[in-house]
Design a protein around this ligand. Structure first.
Ligand SMILES: [Zn+2]
Length: 381
């Protein structure tokens, strides 16, 4: 529906088109909200489309209302009173819902029945938007998750929840263990824990931590957050040609695989560095082929966010293009759609550093100049 009313927006894998809208002159902006002049043949298909989209929107809204009634229908066995075979038969005949839809709805609703903020989100945005957060949200942080559910698409939300589980929950758990080990009086310790918990969802502590980290240089940041040598290792199973395997094992010799591969990666980086194109200042939006090839080679066209191996979809400027009009090969990274969205939601920490230092955040840094421009960009998406 939105695409039809915004026919001038062209999706590109370069600097995000929405960013170029920000820097475009004011006269180009109304084009995004104005329908183009249509021929009469166009008008008929557009009318049909608009009717279809409008009915579809209403149908979705009514389905959401039906879903919210299902737990009570199950509890009171209302389907039996009305002589249906079971709840699936009832939901299919009266609301056109499939059996998997009913099962999914009941499963999610069981999890969120004591969380009014998520029930409200379900009513507004539907089951798909609540599903990724149903298992992670608690009574205490339901508002935090409801806000995330409103600001993200289903796909971005799923990726955010995965990253949150992997990065933020373990950090919080270790923080809690550390607090327990501190030589506080019990009362003080509980206050600190409460502060840490509310900070996670109020963002205060994390924001100030982030501001501190943004003053660190790349090298001391590296030492500050470098993994200890005792950190758990990841096992990769490689299928190699015998000759390649033989060469690799010879290079490794008596040393450690980690050192060997690290050395090979360093050589690759150095070789690539020699081909690095110049920074383009006062640039227009399209990125030159030379810069595109260079930044894509760094991750072999894979999303640059740590732990994400999806193919890239967008080349992301960590120094926002709309602010600086610069294509800097050191500050452009290939990202999948979800991580690019999270970056523009201000939820990636340490964006000024290499992606290996990027982390997921709970709240944006509202003082970061990128935040304001990202807010403007989001209005044109
Ligand atoms: Zn990604």
């Amino acid at each position: 529906m939105q695409n039809i009313s915004h026919p001038t927006v062209k999706i590109s894998s370069y600097a995000h088109p929405a960013e170029s809208v920000i820097m475009a002159n004011a006269s180009s902006i109304p084009l995004l909200t104005k329908l183009p002049k249509l021929k009469s043949s166009d008008q008929s298909w557009l009318t049909i489309h608009q009717q279809f989209a409008s009915y579809g929107r209403n149908a979705k809204e009514w389905t959401r209302k039906c879903i919210l009634l299902l737990p009570e229908i199950e509890k009171q066995q209302i389907w039996r009173k009305k002589r249906f075979h079971n709840i699936y038969d009832y939901a299919a005949k009266l609301a056109g819902m499939s059996r998997p839809q009913v099962d999914e709805a009941l499963r999610v609703l069981r999890r969120i029945s004591n969380k009014p903020a998520l029930l409200k989100l379900l009513e507004e945005k539907g089951l798909q938007r609540v599903r990724p957060i149903a298992a992670i949200a608690t009574i205490e942080d339901q508002n935090f998750w409801a806000e995330k559910g409103r600001s993200m698409s289903k796909n971005t939300l799923e990726v955010y929840v995965q990253n949150y589980r992997r990065e933020i929950l373990p950090r919080e758990a270790s923080q809690s263990v550390n607090l327990q080990n501190l030589p506080f009086e019990p009362e003080e310790a509980s206050i600190s824990q409460a502060t840490a918990h509310s900070a996670r969802h109020g963002g205060q502590l994390l924001q100030s931590t982030s501001r501190l980290s943004s003053t660190l240089t790349s090298s001391n940041l590296q030492s500050a957050i470098a993994l200890p040598s005792t950190s758990p290792k990841i096992t990769l199973i490689l299928q190699l040609n015998p000759q390649v395997a033989d060469q690799l094992q010879k290079i490794k010799g008596q040393s450690d695989w980690n050192e060997t591969i690290d050395e090979l990666l360093k050589l690759r980086r150095e070789k690539l560095e020699q081909t690095k194109p110049e920074v383009v200042e006062n640039a227009s939006r399209p990125i030159s082929v030379a810069i595109e090839n260079y930044v894509l080679a760094k991750t072999n066209c894979t999303c640059a966010f740590p732990g994400c191996y999806k193919p890239y979809e967008i080349l992301h400027h960590t120094d926002r293009f709309a602010m600086y009009h610069i294509h800097d090969p050191d500050k452009i990274f290939p990202l999948c759609e979800a991580h690019e969205r999270l970056a523009h939601l201000g939820l990636i920490e340490n964006e000024d550093f290499e992606p290996q230092f990027w982390k997921i955040r709970t709240y944006p840094d509202y003082d970061d100049p990128r935040y304001e421009i990202d807010q403007l960009v989001s209005k044109f998406r």
